[in-house]
Design a protein around this ligand. Sequence first.
Ligand code: UD1
Length: 338
Amino acid sequence: MKKTVLVSGGAGFIGSHVTVELIAAGYDVVVADNMSNCDLTCFEGVKKITGREDIPFVKMDFCDMDAVRRLFSQYSIDAVIHFAAFKAVGESVAEPLKYYKNNLISFMNILESGCPNVLFSSSATVYGEPEQVPVTEQSPRQPATSPYGNTKQICEDILQDTVKASGGALRGILLRYFNPIGAHPSALIGELPRGVPNNLVPFITQTAIGKRECLSIFGNDYPTADGTCLRDYIDIVDLAKAHVYAVRRMLDGKMEQGCEVYNVGTGRPVSVLELVNAFEKVNNLKLNYKFAPRRAGDVTAIWADPTLANEKLGWKAERSVEDTLKSAWAWELHLAGK
Ligand code: UD1
């Protein structure tokens, strides 16, 4: 019997790539999204890539418990991958209640549905400014520097506590993403930020295409080799595949703990300047950029030790940063109709 996975927030950047990989791995998928931060572009792209016109799509808000109940009575769901959340760090500082209400209530509603397998999309932001790099899953979490980051930590705790209290009825997996970038090789799905992008790669591609005048590199006086911050940029398709391995481990009864935590990164630190240079080189273009003051809240350096995911999930990041940057550019060109 085919198992069914609910992807909440499945019309967004990560959710759409995960839907493609789940279908390729033989799962049935139900996509649900309130469309608050996306349109149907990526969902249409998912249907084209998979050749599946029949993927169920439910427009709903996970903060609405009646809607959540209806969804779970309409479909027989074996596992949930929960992406539906707000994710802009700066906005969360300005509007904390919007973030706490949306991100916490929607997740608690999912847990109240009684689904026995729940995967939560967490973030490397929970490690804050780490004392040691690379970080393992045992590295201490640091106090969150934004309400957004705090919702990730609180949701991690909520899942851990709920699994503990369930007496084996609930299994949970927390995936801590590093910096997801790039797009599907088909260029039919990718990142679609609304307004001015906060994240580096969409800002780079929008500058290259002429939507933005100039990229500001935030800080070149960090204690790193070239003075810019170090991050672990993980290809979006590689990241999506990690979800398939994690869901399979849950559904095949292979988990060793009620709630397992995995870093999803490459283990390879790349500086902002290296990333910009690589983008210019692989796509054969010049980017207009300048150095600007540091951005508040940025950490100097963080990258993953992905050993646990490599060993327990059997997953490994495969795509090179060069290929990922090519895919990001191909997606921007696709959006521009070129
Ligand atoms: C942020 C969030 C993280 C979230 C991730 C993906 C925090 C502290 N960070 O990570 O939780 O998972 O986004 O959504 O909560 N940069 C520039 N110029 C720009 C934009 C970025 O120089 O215009 C630099 C930044 O200073 C940073 C690097 O690029 O050094 C990456 O920035 P970004 O893509 O925003 O990701 P993070 O801040 O690492």
